[in-house]
Design a protein around this ligand. Structure first.
Ligand code: NAP
Length: 250
């Protein structure tokens, strides 16, 4: 018997990076995975899961659009028989700019996807879980949800906001059977951060700020998410789990 045998798990932003690694990890523990992403490469994640004998499906979804989120949650419930856990992870990172120069359109898009996207996902997932009397949600914030970095105003604001949404929903819904937590990844090597690795001098500047002395692999985020969605974390609610190799402990 595996930890997630037969459980229905929804993951957004699982075409690549942290979401893909976590979708594979859930499936390896027996979960039936529904992926919502606007990147069609999510089909590759589904194929990779199926190649290992797991169960997965993909529903194209822009998390900033209510109709898309409705369709995604409905697909998980219909195809996989309910919604035991959700990992609201889709996000974008806008080009860095000084605060006063920040492009308004880039600001709006970042907030729409990173913050409103998490709001919409929870808004649609919660009634399903409340009806079941059980469920677990994990939202992806960032170390940018607890500290600031220059040039990233809307990203930092969106990730701080994710913690606000997480904590508010957590205290409202825990007595209705739903636990809600957030993870704050540190620096993870994914398609989102790959451009930074190409910048001259970036790694040399980053490494001294990292006690563990390296960026994370996406797989290193998955264990925390699987733990938070499991019964092993039955008393963990409204928690903000920083997974950063010690970066914010300095
Ligand atoms: P990633 O590899 O770029 O994965 C993000 C996925 O979300 C991509 O498939 C992306 O599609 C998708 N997506 C973007 N906007 C969407 C939307 N509106 N609707 C549905 N899907 C959407 O990045 P990652 O590094 O794994 O990031 C995953 C999460 O971790 C994000 O929330 C990010 O902010 C957070 N995070 C990452 C790091 C890090 O160092 N990598 C650190 C802290 C927090 P496209 O590829 O088409 O954009």
């Amino acid at each position: 018997m595996m930890r997630y045998d037969g459980k229905s798990v929804l993951i957004t932003g699982a075409a690549t990076g942290i979401g893909r690694a976590t979708a594979l990890a859930f499936a390896r523990e027996g979960a039936k995975v529904m992926i919502g992403d606007y990147n069609d490469a999510a089909e590759d994640t589904v194929d990779a899961i199926k190649a290992e004998g797991g169960t997965a499906a993909f529903t194209p979804c822009d998390v900033s659009k209510r109709d898309d989120v409705d369709a995604l949650v409905a697909a998980a419930v219909k195809q996989h028989g309910g919604l035991d856990a959700a990992f609201n992870n889709a996000g974008v990172f806008p080009p860095e700019q000084m605060f006063a120069d920040f492009d308004e359109e880039a600001f709006d898009r970042t907030i729409a996807i990173n913050l409103k996207g998490v709001f919409l996902c929870m808004k649609v997932q919660l009634p399903v879980m409340v009806k079941q009397g059980k469920g677990a949600i994990v939202n992806t914030s960032s170390v940018g949800g607890v500290i600031a970095n220059p040039g990233m105003a809307p990203y930092i604001a969106s990730k701080h906001g994710v913690l606000g949404l997480t904590r508010t929903a957590a205290i409202e819904y825990v007595k209705l059977g739903v636990r809600i937590n957030a993870i704050c990844p540190g620096f993870v090597r994914t398609p989102m951060t790959e451009p930074w690795f190409q910048r001259e001098g970036f790694l040399e500047a980053f490494l001294p700020t990292s006690p563990i002395g390296r960026p994370a692999n996406p797989e290193e985020m998955s264990g925390t998410v699987l733990h938070l969605c499991s019964d092993e974390a039955s008393f963990t609610n409204g928690a903000v789990i920083i997974v950063d190799g010690g970066q914010t402990a300095i």
